[in-house]
Ligand binder design. Structure first.
Ligand code: ZN
Length: 206
């Protein structure tokens, strides 16, 4: 029996807010009805063959646009908007290990945000079609924070290595040059712009 499209919004919500065409066809919708009503006032098409209510959060839609589900700091930020500032500039998604390539950026709230992908089939299956579960999001966020700190530390080491010859020159000038203070052993450390920027980015490098 053909199902009336007036139930479409309710039926999509009964699948957790995102339903496949196959699931809706099983309920009695026709392909024509999905084509006509799938992009209507109360419902929208996500990827090909997937439907959601119009009020699905934009972050979830963007994660689907990128080929995954919402994850990590982005999932935590959706639950608590003040919790994770990094989510403002990045969209963290989770994709199965078998997923194909993902885009570098996706549009979100009128601008392109960088996509950070967590490749894990188990994590991808941990929650709902909207995103990973809370425990998985917390674990991913901790791992991401450690990785950001490690990346920033590597940048610091690189900056220090690049600055070393100059520093040694300064030290020689202070400790052995004309007019050098005989008690000087180490010159005062000048700020290192590249390192400072990396540290600010990670907020964890010392
Ligand atoms: Zn992450």
């Amino acid at each position: 029996m053909t199902r009336s499209p007036i139930h479409l919004d309710t039926d999509i919500r009964s699948f957790g807010g995102i339903a496949s065409a196959a699931e809706l066809l099983d309920l009695g919708y026709t392909r024509d009805a999905l084509r006509l009503w799938g992009d209507g006032r109360r419902s929208r098409r996500l990827r090909r063959g997937w439907y959601a209510p119009r009020d699905l959060p934009e972050e979830v839609v963007a994660a689907w646009d990128a080929g995954g589900v919402l994850a990590c700091v982005s999932a935590l930020a959706l639950a608590d908007p003040g919790a994770a500032s990094r989510a403002l500039d990045e969209l963290h998604i989770c994709v199965p290990r078998t997923a194909s390539r993902i885009p570098r950026t996706v549009p979100l709230r009128g601008r392109a945000v960088r996509v950070v992908a967590h490749w894990s089939t188990a994590d991808h299956e941990s929650g709902t079609r909207r995103g990973v579960d809370a425990a998985t999001a917390v674990r991913q966020a901790r791992r991401c924070a450690r990785r950001a700190t490690a990346d920033a530390s590597a940048e610091c080491r690189s900056a220090l290595a690049g600055a070393e010859p100059q520093e040694r020159r300064e030290q020689r000038a202070v400790t052995s040059g004309p007019g050098a203070c005989p008690s000087a052993t180490t010159p005062p450390r000048a700020p290192r712009p590249a390192c400072a920027a990396a540290c600010r980015a990670s907020r964890g490098c010392r």
